[in-house]
Design a protein around this ligand. Sequence first.
Ligand code: DP6
Length: 391
Amino acid sequence: IFIMLDGTVITCSAPVNIAVIKYWGKRDDELILPVNSSLSVTLHQDQLKTTTTIACSRDFQEDRIWINGREEDINQSRLQSCLREMRRLARKRSGDGDPAHGVAGLSHKVHICSVNNFPTAAGLASSASGYACLVYTLSRLFGVEGELSAVARQGSGSACRSMYGGFVQWKIGERADGKDSLAEQVQPETHWPELRVLVLVVNAQRKHIGSTSGMQTSVKTSSLLKHRAECLVSGQMDKMMRAINTKDFSAFGELTMQDSNQFHATCLDTYPPIFYLSDVSRQIINLVHCYNHHYREIKVAYTFDAGPNAVIFTLQEHLPEFVQVVRYFFPPESNEEQFLKGLSVDSVPVSESLKAAIGMEPVANGISYIISTKVKTSTFIIHHAFTNDLL
Ligand code: DP6
């Protein structure tokens, strides 16, 4: 809680995104420039978001940051990159001669307070929504407008895609200074309203290798990564964009699963190998393939990032049955009512023939809970802005 006698306080929130064509590997670690383009779906903020409050005041002695209630080191280089870039853009704007663009708080220090509405322990990536929110809130504080994905990218690569809603691509770019390595909306969130998302939070999270160091080792040692970046991704991107533009779920789902598998194959090709998938992750993969095979149609697709949790894409009409299937094969031990969080899902029976077709032994407590959500409906939410005269 900030109690300000004079100063400015702004609170904004930003969404999480999940890549369907993965970013894995940098060609420039400092500027965070990728070895391949990527494409993601921005998720709804009601279920997954970061909320950031930034205050600035002449009374503050230094910049400080608290993440989920704990003070963190403001001198981390990525935080410093974002702060430096945003202050530079604000100064540029205030120096353009227009008195309306004078930024009162620019010489003041900031206090930043950032929280996620999802448990960090769940192992869901928070750097994308975190850095997107930091950059956006700073932009409101300093009155900076325009393309900001290049700044968010310097916080965390995947953060640049959280600057837009709907379906978003991060273009690899060609320039050494990274000015053309930007995020761009492919389709707005309204384009495919039937698309639904389930996050299956897998139990027994172990500490794993973070994406930053993981991809560094992959770039150094994996020839599959090189082949993927040079020969495969651009074709996969084209097909994925076509699938999204035409709302072809079957193509979208297949490409999503194949790209996730290719990314995890790259992790296995890394030396020493990196394992993000757990036994439960592999059981989920198997369940999805058996489910689709039973219907002779791709109704459901999975994707996994740098951890064992699954993100499932499906269409509204298939959602109730698939949720029941997950409940049946991964029965929760105690938290029956708490098992499904987020958007409600109708309860439907699962046929014996479907259970038999999946043919898996139920795995008690394999999944802690499910978050039911959808594609995001708006980009950023400004919660409140309070300004006193700083002069
Ligand atoms: C597997 O964006 O977390 O989620 O740029 O080093 O901060 P840094 O990495 P980060 O990597 C995300 C990797 C991924 C795939 C993706 O989101 O595209």
